[in-house]
Design a protein around this ligand. Structure first.
Ligand code: DAH
Length: 343
């Protein structure tokens, strides 16, 4: 009998169940009227008096262990079923809030917004024009001669020939639209997308972005332009930035210049980014050619003005140290996610 009790104690110890049915079946097997333990109590009557004390103690231990086991297993199963039920029909208010991941602004948008706001703070207003332009607004009004190479199919995407309709090759076309519709004083910047028939590489793309600037009033001088562009350069690239204007040529400005900023990486000392020149070219600029003013119905005897144009990709590449222009257009999330902190 002692063996039987011991083996049942082992069985109780080892028992576990996943469902209430299993636990109940075990209770019936062990503890119900016809179960194994009451049967042992029945047999207990036949035990010799000298063994009774020890045997009785063992038997009670077994009964207690079986009762405890059934109760704890049932309680555990009930508790976990209850939890499942609760989470199915009402939200668990203790769960951490699960924010959906927020998208990031494209680096070109970040830089465009910064350029816009630098000029807006000094009184420039934003103007926009169409991406599909006619020859007049993209070329003729801007003083491009008839045989200018930019008018060639090699450089420009034509939508229609005669009359020439093309994808604008620069945002200077917006200058013309603004001057045709407003009299000075004019202070405007025109951000937008432009198109050129170029082979795609790390340094060129057939689609890119520019910001055009235009300031026209009485007695606007080259010095005004220089001061405004210096202000822009310092706001954009930092207080210590210097600028340099090199003579250049554009059909729509006279005189024309190319503007460089002191290298943002080496501060002018010379490094691989500025190719050891200490300078980075960022825009074209100049005094609006009187022919352009007259083409747009503005009296060139009374008014003068300056214009400038820069590539947004170029500025973004300098600020973020991006070496390949194609990155901006590939929408690789590993690239875009790096601008999470930019606004
Ligand atoms: N439109 C020129 C280009 O796409 C950039 C430019 C140069 C704009 C000089 C201007 C300017 O307004 O004055 O390369």
């Amino acid at each position: 009998m002692l063996d039987k009790i011991n083996s049942l104690i082992e069985e109780v110890k080892a028992f576990d169940a996943q469902t209430l049915e299993e636990a109940e079946a075990f209770r019936v097997k062990m503890l119900s009227k016809k179960g194994a333990i009451p049967a042992l109590f029945h047999d207990f009557k036949t035990v010799a008096p000298e063994e009774r004390k020890e045997m009785g103690k063992k038997l009670n231990e077994l009964k207690q262990a079986a009762t405890d086991k059934v109760n704890t297993v049932k309680a555990r199963i009930e508790a976990s079923e209850g939890k499942l039920k609760q989470s199915a029909d009402k939200p668990d208010m203790t769960m951490p809030v699960n924010f959906d991941p927020v998208g990031t602004r494209h680096p070109l948008s970040v830089i465009r917004n910064r350029i816009n706001s630098i000029f807006q703070r000094i009184g420039f207003v934003i103007s926009e024009g169409p991406e599909i332009e006619d020859d007049w607004h993209n070329f003729s009004a801007l003083n491009f001669p008839e045989e200018h190479p930019a008018r060639d199919m090699q450089d420009t995407f034509f939508v229609e020939k005669s009359p020439d309709i093309a994808l604008r090759t620069h945002t200077s076309s917006v200058q013309v639209r603004v001057m045709e519709s407003q009299q000075p004083p004019i202070r405007t910047i025109s951000p937008g997308r432009v198109f050129r028939n170029e082979a795609i590489s790390a340094r060129a793309h057939c689609i890119f972005h520019q910001v055009e600037g235009l300031y026209i009033d009485e007695a606007v001088s080259f010095a005004d332009m220089k001061q405004t562009l210096l202000h822009f350069a310092r706001e954009m690239f930092g207080e210590g930035t210097d600028i340099r204007l090199r003579p250049s040529f554009f059909p729509f400005t006279e005189p024309s210049a190319e503007m460089d900023v002191s290298c943002t990486l080496c501060g002018g000392e010379g490094c691989t980014v500025c190719k050891y020149s200490g300078w980075l070219e960022i825009m074209g600029c100049g005094m609006v050619d009187p022919n352009v003013l007259e083409n747009c119905g503005i009296d060139s005897k009374k008014y003068t003005g300056y214009a400038f144009g820069m590539g947004i990709e170029r500025i973004a590449m300098i600020i973020y140290q991006i070496r390949d222009l194609r990155m901006f257009f590939e929408n690789d999330l590993r690239f875009l996610k790096q601008f999470e902190a930019a606004t």
